[in-house]
Write a protein that binds this ligand. Structure first.
Ligand code: BV8
Length: 228
């Protein structure tokens, strides 16, 4: 990777698939006969908070039984060794990048293991269920929601992401279908800003035509191959 100084890596559910965390597509985007788009929204939370809290409690518990895989570990190694700028922008709400040792990680869609108090607006680390409406550790209000960006909500870190894209020489997209914006548009932003673009995915994503290069296969094989 000569002449490459600054790298932006976008990851999606495909990087955690081999750790046993279902992707959105493998479930067919369904949970208990609900489309994820119908559960992961503020409207769904207002309409049926118990349904949404159960959905996130189940997923929050599930990730705590999973381990990072070789793709997470390869990216953590790259992060530790890369002298230039590097940012892992993840759409995932699991903590497997961090548990593999990655440091420069930005969760643009939030994190399962955080709760957000809609009363005092403070986010706290939260690993237990929210269905029993526990009190906010900060203000005591029983107003905690998952700290996860739902459809129609503003993703986290957009300014930092675009600052990194403006400096990037290389943009790598790993394990994402390119179905959800603004993440799915980052490859075009990166190209327009002069970066080389690479897709590492099990199969061609919806945006594969925008990439200079695309390699297809399981992340646990093709990500370590790329990092080495
Ligand atoms: C926003 C957290 C405004 C929740 C998620 C009409 C047209 C275009 C856009 C819109 C539209 N109507 C509405 C929108 C906007 C909307 C959107 O894009 N909707 C889609 C459905 C059309 N977006 C939003 O609402 C976003 N907010 O736009 O705000 C704004 C924007 C900018 C600036 C200011 C204001 C917020 C969206 C966030 C939603 N939250 N996640 C939760 O997790 O419960 S989305 C969720 O799905 C993910 O985070 C990810 O972003 C998205 C797609 O999932 P992927 O990670 O890609 O996973 P998927 O299953 O789809 O694909 C897996 C891939 O891995 C596959 O390609 C597969 O081949 C591959 N794979 C599988 N196994 C492996 C593998 N690869 C390698 N190895 C393997 N083993």
């Amino acid at each position: 990777m000569d002449a490459i100084r600054n790298i932006v890596i976008l990851t999606g559910a495909g990087v955690s698939a081999e750790s046993g965390i279902d992707t959105f597509r493998s479930e067919g985007g369904l949970w208990e006969q609900h489309r994820v788009e119908d559960v992961a929204t503020p409207e769904a939370f207002a309409r049926d908070p118990e349904l949404v809290l159960r959905f996130y409690d189940m997923r929050r518990a599930a990730i705590q039984t999973k381990e990072p895989n070789a793709a997470h570990r390869a990216l953590a190694r790259l992060d530790a060794e890369w002298a230039g700028e590097l940012l892992i922008v993840t759409q995932n709400v699991d903590d497997l990048h961090e548990r593999a040792g990655a440091r420069r990680v930005l969760h643009m869609h939030g994190e399962h293991l955080n709760a957000w108090c809609t009363e005092c607006d403070v986010r706290s680390r939260w690993i237990g269920p929210l269905i029993e409406r526990p009190p906010c550790p900060r203000c005591g209000a029983r107003a905690l929601r998952p700290d996860v960006v739902w459809f129609g909500e503003m993703p986290y870190g957009m300014e930092d992401i675009f600052a990194a894209l403006r400096k990037a020489d290389l943009f790598v997209s790993i394990g994402t279908s390119g179905a959800v914006y603004p993440a799915a548009g980052f490859v075009r932003n990166a190209r327009d800003l002069g970066a080389a673009t690479l897709e590492l995915n099990l199969e061609p994503s919806q945006g594969t035509a925008w990439f200079d290069e695309a390699r297809h296969g399981p992340a646990t094989r093709i990500v370590p191959e790329w990092v080495e």
